[in-house]
Design a protein around this ligand. Structure first.
Ligand SMILES: Nc1nc2c(ncn2[C@@H]2O[C@H](COP(=O)(O)OP(=O)(O)OP(=O)(O)O)[C@@H](O)[C@H]2O)c(=O)[nH]1
Ligand SMILES: [Mg+2]
Length: 464
């Protein structure tokens, strides 16, 4: 099977490189609002497991399309010779700086690449584009037009009728927001322009789908490991004296929180790496994370389960047997109507920032005392972490590699509150078991990873 090859061409600054970046899933493609960013052709293969599924050539935008067309029209020859005339143009002008862009962009097409002509559907159609489209038609290569919507205005209808006269297939494609399905649809449309590429592109879509599954599986595993480590994490601080000052306690608690935050951050960047977003800028400043992130009341409310859900999912069992009952917290009246046992579990779940974990003072075998914090006692905590992780995963999974703005994770939806009770029960069972262990049991982490992957498949959060 031949590897389908496409040259992405068009006017400067219309999103050609953005489309290349999205389809090649490559964040290294240069994109900028300044016209003329791409000055040379560059080849971007889409490789999975060492196999090139298809490849794209990013090209500079047309600079002197009218002059080129005029030159071509002046050449003697019939319609059948048109591709040769384009070839002659490139041969005669490849050292001519005035036509450097045209020579570059036409070269891969003359070598057999399919044409993807990109326009900006938020700007009106203009005559200057006709020369570009005519030149492309002269090459005789299979082609497809893409209307990329850069701004808010919508001129797609006039573009449809103009492009329809030159291209058999015209598609609207937003390079910035295209998720996996939209990219797959576009690849299948590419298959329509040349019969011999159809099978290759169908196969490419299948392999990319499998790759997406594999990425989910890896991400679910990393999230499961992180949650497990976060639940069981404990931290100690040796004391020089027998009494722990409030400063000692504060410091230990800060260190404990900081470590949990850093585990969560590491999980974020691991997931981003899995999706080849290696240089993604994420806006989650540490101070904000410590003060408004994982340990803030507001966060818990939005990301955790409701008290009723915690009770219904059997969190009570975990509370009673896992030793996480927190009787020090008031508010039993909030749970009016629930049984006394459920009340205890529910209240425990409702603990806030400073009640996340116990601080104990312990004697050391060789004398002296040690202050110890952890493991996590709050039964809502793993749900909070999981919810945040699923939300981040969704943002990364759907993110186009052309999207270069920082990833902002300020929205805080309570997705897990929308899943059915069976899922919650299974999660709770795993969390209870994890809390019971002194060390991490691989089979428990496996079970959690499996459950998390199911939640990813369920498209949790799509309704919010
Ligand atoms: N909102 C939005 N902006 C886009 C989209 N596609 C491209 N842009 C922006 O448009 C500008 C130009 O994008 P590029 O991909 O660099 O365009 P190009 O056609 O390769 O430009 P040259 O290489 O200069 O010819 C960048 O600022 C992009 O972020 C899109 O689908 N939506
Ligand atoms: Mg470019």
């Amino acid at each position: 099977m031949t590897v389908p090859l496409f040259a992405i061409v068009g006017h400067p600054n219309k999103g050609k490189s953005s489309i290349v970046s999205t389809l090649a899933q490559d964040e290294s493609v240069a994109i900028s609002p300044i016209p003329g960013t791409t000055v040379d052709n560059r080849y971007y293969p889409m490789v999975v497991d060492g196999e090139t599924l298809y490849a794209l050539v990013d090209t500079p935008g047309f600079q002197r399309a009218r002059a080129v067309l005029e030159w071509m029209q002046k050449q003697p020859g019939s319609t059948v010779d048109r591709a040769n005339i384009v070839r002659m143009f490139v041969e005669e002008h490849h050292d001519d700086l005035r036509f450097a862009a045209e020579s570059s962009l036409l070269t891969p097409i003359l070598d057999g690449a399919g044409i993807l002509y990109v326009v900006d559907g938020s700007r009106p159609f203009g005559e200057e584009y006709e020369a570009e489209m005519e030149i492309l038609r002269w090459t005789g290569q299979p082609s497809l037009a893409l209307i990329n919507m850069i701004g808010d205005a919508d001129h797609s209808e006039e573009w449809h009728s103009a492009l329809g006269q030159y291209f058999r297939i015209v598609r609207i494609f937003d390079a910035m927001t295209a998720d996996f399905d939209k990219r797959a649809q576009l690849l299948l449309a590419f298959g329509q322009i040349r019969q011999e590429w159809r099978d290759s592109l169908e196969k490419a879509v299948r392999i990319l789908g499998e790759e997406q599954q594999r990425r989910r599986q890896l991400s679910a595993r990393i999230i499961a490991e992180t949650i497990s480590r976060m639940i069981s994490y404990t931290r100690q601080r040796n004391l020089g004296h027998d009494e722990a000052s409030s400063e000692d306690r504060d410091t230990l608690q800060k260190e404990y929180k900081r470590e949990l935050v850093s585990m969560e951050q590491q999980c974020r960047s691991d997931v981003e790496h899995i999706y080849d977003h290696k240089h993604l800028e994420r806006h989650e400043p540490l101070v904000e994370l410590l003060e408004h992130g994982l340990f803030a009341k507001q966060t818990w409310k939005l990301f955790g389960l409701t008290r009723q859900q915690l009770i219904a999912s059997g969190a009570l069992g975990g509370a009673a047997t896992g030793g996480v009952i927190d009787l020090a917290v008031g508010g039993a009246s909030l749970l009016l109507g629930a049984g006394i046992g459920a009340m205890v579990g529910g209240v425990s779940a409702w603990v806030t920032a400073d009640r996340i974990a116990d601080i104990k003072i312990m004697g050391l075998p060789l004398g002296g005392k040690q202050l110890s914090i952890g493991p996590m006692r709050n039964i809502n905590f793993p749900y909070v972490v999981l919810n945040r992780a699923l939300y981040h995963h969704r943002m990364v999974e759907d993110r186009s590699h052309a999207h270069r703005d920082p990833l902002i994770l300020t929205q805080t939806p309570g997705w897990l509150q929308t899943i059915d009770a069976d899922h919650r029960k299974r999660l709770e069972k795993t969390f209870v078991n994890l809390r019971r262990q002194d060390s991490l049991l691989p089979e428990l982490v496996d079970a959690l990873a499996e459950e998390i992957q199911k939640l990813m498949e369920l498209s949790v959060g799509e309704t919010t």
